[in-house]
Design a protein around this ligand. Structure first.
Ligand code: DQA
Length: 153
């Protein structure tokens, strides 16, 4: 692992409205609050925290993470359920990917129960509100540490 590892935390569409958008489902924490939680959970790792409403921009950032990050956490929001482009971008990574959701999509509408992104994820954290991100950050950094201790041949 580099001395100061870099972790990408990417957020998909409508997550800029966190705190005011369906708070009974997503909670009252804003995206800035979530960013602060991630930075604390990262315990010294640098967190590159971004949000976009645009699929292509998320693809660009995933590609960037290939060379810039030791691990990636992504809440793809609605693109989880629709985006083969995000899946393909994630499959091109060799770093660990953790999928993260505030709500538990498996306990919601039928159309949320399938995630393309899950096919490229080492694991999924969902249903714990903003706390899902803290767990996802810790899991992603742990996987990165494990991989650097015994890299795949
Ligand atoms: C979400 C769940 C998705 O189904 C939804 O489209 C979102 C947010 C979550 O964090 O719970 O926008 O990813």
């Amino acid at each position: 692992m580099p001395e100061t590892p870099v972790l990408y935390v990417l957020n998909g569409p409508n997550l800029n409205l966190l705190g005011v958008r369906e708070p009974h489902i997503y909670g009252r924490d804003t995206l800035a609050d979530v960013q602060a939680l991630c930075e604390t959970a990262a315990e010294g790792a640098t967190v590159v925290f971004r949000q976009s409403n645009h699929e292509g921009e998320l693809v660009d950032w995933i590609q960037e993470a290939r060379t810039e990050a030791v691990a990636l956490v992504i809440n793809p929001a609605a693109y989880s359920h629709t985006s083969i482009a995000l899946l393909d971008a994630l499959k091109a990574l060799t770093i660990p990917v953790v999928e993260c959701h505030l709500s538990n999509p498996g306990a919601r509408e039928e159309f949320r129960r399938h995630s393309y992104v899950s096919l490229a994820a080492a694991g999924i954290v969902s249903g714990f509100g903003a706390h899902s991100y803290e767990l996802a950050v810790k899991a992603a950094l742990r996987l990165a540490r494990e991989r650097s201790a015994s890299p795949a041949r």
